[in-house]
Design a protein around this ligand. Structure first.
Ligand code: HPA
Ligand code: MG
Length: 222
């Protein structure tokens, strides 16, 4: 089998309703705020383990993992943990250094025009390194393209992108993401560190937010 076939994402169809909330355990304070469990935590974990295997296969003996905060933190922690476990269970140990970058481009559920890079701007330690950018969600790819351009100015040896979720939007970014967990329809999702105005990061499943949830946690632009 060729690589493109092996690395196909899990594709969630447009009409996937998710699982009824009552079938799962979740923080009680969110019970009105989400409509369904879209991707259960256990499924996410197993998929992340699989992505860790692809990363192990493709990288040499060391990588710098560049975690895009805040949404990417859970994905990053779990991915790096699986890389370590897989390394212990095989004779290929991938030395990982984890660094963080913080981006912000969303207010409520809308993308704002401007990409802000907050936090570590000086990425000169990336020179000559094999870099894995770890991002929770990629949609149009505008943010990721800007970040890739920024990272490339520091002349790394190689850069790959892991995106837990890729959204099917018009002008979807094809080929930007080397390791995709799930391709999802164009819904706003929360949980597993993905937020809506900083809420829902403490939810383990990936869920669809309800109308009530959107109203309750809405912020005004200023
Ligand atoms: N959820 C949370 N944050 C996001 C999303 C989303 O669906 N898309 C882009 N940032
Ligand atoms: Mg956000």
């Amino acid at each position: 089998m060729d690589d493109a076939v092996i690395k196909k994402p899990i594709v969630i169809p447009d009409d996937w309703p998710g699982y009824s909330l009552e079938l799962f355990s979740y923080p009680e304070h969110y019970h009105e705020d989400i409509d369904s469990v879209y991707i259960p935590h256990g499924v996410i974990m197993n998929r992340v383990e699989r992505l860790a295997r692809y990363v192990m296969d493709d990288f040499g003996d060391s990588i710098v993992v560049l975690c895009v905060l805040k949404g990417g933190y859970k994905f990053c922690v779990d991915l790096v943990e699986f890389i370590k476990v897989l390394g212990r269970n095989s004779n290929k140990y991938l030395e990982t250094r984890v660094e963080f970058i913080r981006l912000k481009s969303y207010l409520n559920d809308q993308s704002t025009e401007e990409l802000q890079i907050i936090g570590s701007r000086d990425l000169s330690f990336l020179r000559g390194k094999s870099v894995l950018i770890v991002e929770a969600i990629v949609d149009t790819g505008k943010t990721m393209k800007a970040l890739l351009k920024h990272v490339e100015t520091f002349e790394p040896k190689m850069v790959k992108v892991a995106g837990l979720l890729v959204k099917r939007v018009p002008n979807m970014a094809e080929d930007l993401t080397d390791y995709v967990g799930f391709e999802i329809p164009n819904h706003f999702v929360v949980g597993y560190a993905l937020d809506y105005n900083e809420y829902f990061r403490d939810l383990n499943h990936i869920c669809v937010i309800s109308k009530i949830g959107k109203m309750k946690y809405k912020e005004q632009s200023n």
